[in-house]
Design a protein around this ligand. Structure first.
Ligand SMILES: Cc1cc2nc3c(=O)[nH]c(=O)nc-3n(C[C@H](O)[C@H](O)[C@H](O)COP(=O)(O)OP(=O)(O)OC[C@H]3O[C@@H](n4cnc5c(N)ncnc54)[C@H](O)[C@@H]3O)c2cc1C
Length: 462
């Protein structure tokens, strides 16, 4: 076998948010590098995650604004949603981002790009099933796994008999669902729910837990529930769907909903019940890489697996699954292998934005996380109804909330449900990074009338 194995300095599997920049950085340093991608350059974020969803959410936002123009003194016609145009706009933006990533990889010297599916066949030996059917065997001392995650399909009777949608297929729908049923009230389910409601679909969310966005503080779940329900989205909590049946119009879900047996019918069904790592096809056992019970690759705080020289980055290693986490993973590996060293994933503050409208901007701890860590904290909370910018623009739903460590007055968490909530949470993230106290922000000078100015008032509530 050894004769037909091609040897490289580094192999990168998966062209996601960590894999792309890492492959380029390694090649730039003169390492003979190969990138293996089985599908589209750019991975989930660019092709079926962040970019397409945020592009389509922008279309849905326009429809919503037009529909609600009257209170601002603006007369409009009822908006007509042209799904083909919505999808085409999304396609153009996705292709632009993807082509830019592809060009970057193709132009990089010392970097080979191979389209195919990689799997381990021996210690640090990979076989790639090429798209055109043949195989190539590759080996390297350094191997980086960035194979991402995919929709977790629950085991429900009859589900395989219906044409259900996931985050990839729903983005190609050129017809508007009459009634979109969504299994899962997490971030992905909520973003799609509001998007399709604003396009004009009836939308029902079925959530197993007793609240949507269950990883957030209960007041966040509550305010998001109110906002979505006010737009006409139906939310069924404590839902246990046991069976799916195909009907002429679409499908019927049956099961227990808040303790009663019921059926719900819809035209389309989106599965948004979680993500699972793309590890099974990798045959990790051939090289002895350890995974957890869900298949995530186990790594240390420098992202190295139990096998020296093999690293895992991004969603595939579990933990928070966001593009900026995957990108930061790349930076950690790069600094440790090509830079001064000393980088770790331990010290990063978790931040993310859920692109509902209003957004949920998050940074640092939730109240539960602070309690679990035994931190005594104070809460600063300001309803958006008291924010001048919110009142002037007609965006008064939600609140700003921050957690303050009682021992040193530093900010340790932010949950901002507001217009541009992600930007305000980022401002508080910077305060956390800089170790500012809440009094420094309370007494700081911000431009009037911005959302940021309301951070004065937020911390005056303490
Ligand atoms: C609908 C949706 C919306 C999202 N919105 C946001 C958002 O707004 N903000 C945010 O931060 N995050 C968002 N995310 C999460 C974000 O997209 C992911 O966390 C991120 O893309 C993960 O990147 P990654 O580098 O881990 O892997 P990925 O980007 O998933 O890349 C993995 C790549 O590996 C390839 N691959 C897999 N197996 C193999 C194999 N055996 N051989 C060769 N190649 C292989 C895949 O084809 C893929 O291209 C969203 C996700 C979804 C699903």
């Amino acid at each position: 076998m050894t004769q037909d194995i091609e040897t490289f300095d580094a192999i990168v599997i998966g062209s996601g948010q960590a894999g792309n920049p890492l492959a380029k950085a390694l090649a730039e340093q003169g390492m003979k590098t190969v990138m293996v991608e089985k599908n589209l350059i750019g991975g989930t974020c660019i092709n079926t995650g962040c970019t397409p969803t945020k592009t389509m959410i922008a279309s849905a936002q326009v429809a919503h604004t037009v529909r609600h123009a009257a209170p601002y003194g603006i007369k409009t016609e009822k908006p007509q949603v042209d799904m083909k145009k919505v999808i085409n706009r999304k396609k153009e933006i996705v292709e632009m981002f993807r082509n830019s990533s592809k060009d970057g990889l193709e132009k990089q010297e010392k970097l080979d790009l191979i389209y195919g599916t990689a799997r381990f066949i021996d210690h640090k030996v990979i076989e790639v099933e090429l798209r055109q059917g043949k195989t190539r065997k590759l080996s390297a001392d350094k191997i980086f796994i960035d194979t991402g995650s995919r929709t977790l399909i629950p085991d429900i009777e009859g589900l395989d008999q219906v044409d259900y949608l996931d985050n990839t297929t729903i983005l190609e729908l050129e017809e508007l669902p009459a009634h979109l049923l969504i299994l899962g009230g997490g971030y992905i389910g909520l973003e799609f729910a509001q998007m399709f409601r604003r396009f004009g679909s009836e939308v029902s969310i079925f959530q197993q837990d007793d609240r949507i966005a269950p990883h957030e503080d209960p007041d966040v779940s509550e305010v998001l529930t109110d906002i979505l329900q006010q737009e006409g989205i139906k939310i069924y909590l404590n839902s246990q769907v046991n069976a799916v049946n195909k009907t002429k119009e679409g499908m019927t879900l049956s099961g227990s909903f808040s303790g009663s047996q019921k059926n719900f019918s819809g035209s389309h069904l989106l599965i948004a019940t979680g993500r699972m790592p793309n590890t099974k096809a990798l045959q990790l056992e051939k090289t002895g890489i350890k995974t957890d019970s869900e298949g995530h690759i186990q790594v240390n705080d420098k992202l190295e697996t139990n096998i020296t020289g093999i690293y895992a980055l991004g969603d595939v290693k579990g933990g928070p699954q966001f593009t900026h986490i995957s990108y930061h993973d790349y930076k950690v590996v790069k600094q440790n292998l090509l830079g001064d060293g000393g980088a770790s994933i331990q010290d990063r503050i978790l931040t993310y934005t859920v692109f509902t409208d209003p957004q949920l901007g998050r940074a640092g701890f939730t109240e539960k996380q602070a309690k679990d860590k035994g931190i005594r904290y104070k809460v600063a909370k300001l309803p958006m109804e008291k924010v001048a910018r919110g009142i002037e623009t007609g965006h008064t739903a939600g609140f700003m909330k921050a957690l303050i460590d009682e021992s040193n007055d530093k900010i340790i968490g932010a949950s901002i449900v507001s217009m541009e909530g992600g930007e305000i949470a980022s401002a508080l993230l910077i305060a956390m990074m800089g170790g500012l106290t809440y009094q420094q922000i309370r007494d700081g000078v911000f431009p009037h009338p911005t959302l940021a100015e309301s951070l004065n008032n937020l911390f005056m509530t303490v």
